[in-house]
Design a protein around this ligand. Structure first.
Ligand code: CDT
Length: 313
């Protein structure tokens, strides 16, 4: 049996501070049109697609950054994406900064969010980032900030898998892809395709020795996660030199075998695609990675019982 889903990874080139959301949405619609013409049923965009990667700057008062966040989705400026999806019958997944309405205590929350939109323009899933990297405070010695932990709260919901596009779809955002728990949590929910947007600066201030390994680590983690859980993974970059910061491209679509079946070759807006057989997942889920038969969860309790390392004597 085969269950095909043709997916596009719509890598974005840089988005500068002065680029309007309207101009970005125009670029996204152009990529969606290209994806539709090439037969895609779903197109995946990067993390924080609508603006420049603003956590590279620090502001003393968080409300000064409110303009980087979306307070509604869709909104007047993002509505063309939903209209295009509905009229052309193509779904999409979009990352953005979310600022919520006040909760019962009058508090508004800030999340690094990704949504999944079906071919009829309805939002079928919303995921908020779990593994938030970087730092909470201003770190003046860095050439640029990575203050995601200042700008975003931890997801209150964690990982989820949605029945959509004829399969079981999951989402993760950027740094989530480096953590095996991300894939396994969704693997245990039967995930067949994980959609992931990322912004990965080539320079890693805490250990610049890792700079040259960014591309290697990017594919290493996503290929391993795909294979060990028998799932497709679609990794999509915001690439190139944005406000002086060079970020990794190398967006890729990875099969449940762990093989890369498509990869971008530029650091610009670029669409890659693959015709993905979701039934290919079974070849791994029902053999080597038959969780029910071969996992030993009784020996894994430390994974959820503790956060950091506890040394054994
Ligand atoms: N956006 C994001 O999560 N980026 C991180 C950068 C490394 S931590 C400063 C990543 O995992 O690619």
């Amino acid at each position: 049996m085969s269950r095909f889903l043709t997916v596009g990874a719509a890598q974005m080139g840089p988005i500068q501070k002065t680029d309007s959301r309207e101009s970005v949405v125009n670029r996204l619609v152009a990529l969606m049109a290209q994806a539709k013409a090439r037969g895609c049923e779903l197109v995946v965009f990067p993390e924080l697609t609508l603006t420049t990667f603003f956590p590279r700057w620090f502001v003393k008062d968080l409300t000064e950054a409110d303009h980087w966040y979306e307070t509604a989705m869709p909104s007047p400026v993002t509505q063309p994406l939903f209209d295009f999806a509905r009229s052309m019958g193509i779904g999409f997944s979009l990352g953005y900064a979310e600022l919520t309405e006040p909760d019962a205590n009058g508090l508004r929350h800030r999340y690094n969010t990704q949504i999944l939109v079906e071919r009829d323009g309805t939002v079928v899933g919303k995921y908020r980032k779990v593994h938030i990297p970087g730092h909470e405070e201003h770190e003046p010695d860095r050439p640029f900030q990575h203050a995601e932990r200042y700008y975003f709260e931890l997801s209150p919901e964690g990982f989820h898998v949605w029945k959509a596009f004829g399969g079981r779809m999951g989402m993760m955002i950027c740094n989530d892809r480096r953590w095996p728990e991300t894939y396994r949590t969704m693997g245990l929910k039967g995930v067949e395709m994980i959609l992931c947007g990322y912004n990965t600066p080539l320079h890693y201030a805490p250990d610049p020795g890792q700079n040259v390994l960014q591309g290697f680590h990017n594919s290493l983690v996503m290929q391993a996660g795909a294979y060990q859980n028998g799932t497709w993974v679609v990794g999509v970059a915001k690439a190139g030199v944005e406000e002086g910061v060079d970020s990794l491209g190398q967006s890729c679509i990875i099969a449940p075998s762990g093989q890369i079946v498509a990869q971008t070759i530029s650091n610009d807006d670029e669409l890659i695609m693959a015709r993905c057989d979701l039934d290919w997942c079974k070849k791994y889920k029902e053999t080597l990675f038959d969780f029910d038969r071969y996992r030993s969860p009784e020996f894994y309790t430390a994974i959820t019982a503790q956060r950091g390392v506890v040394l054994e004597d």
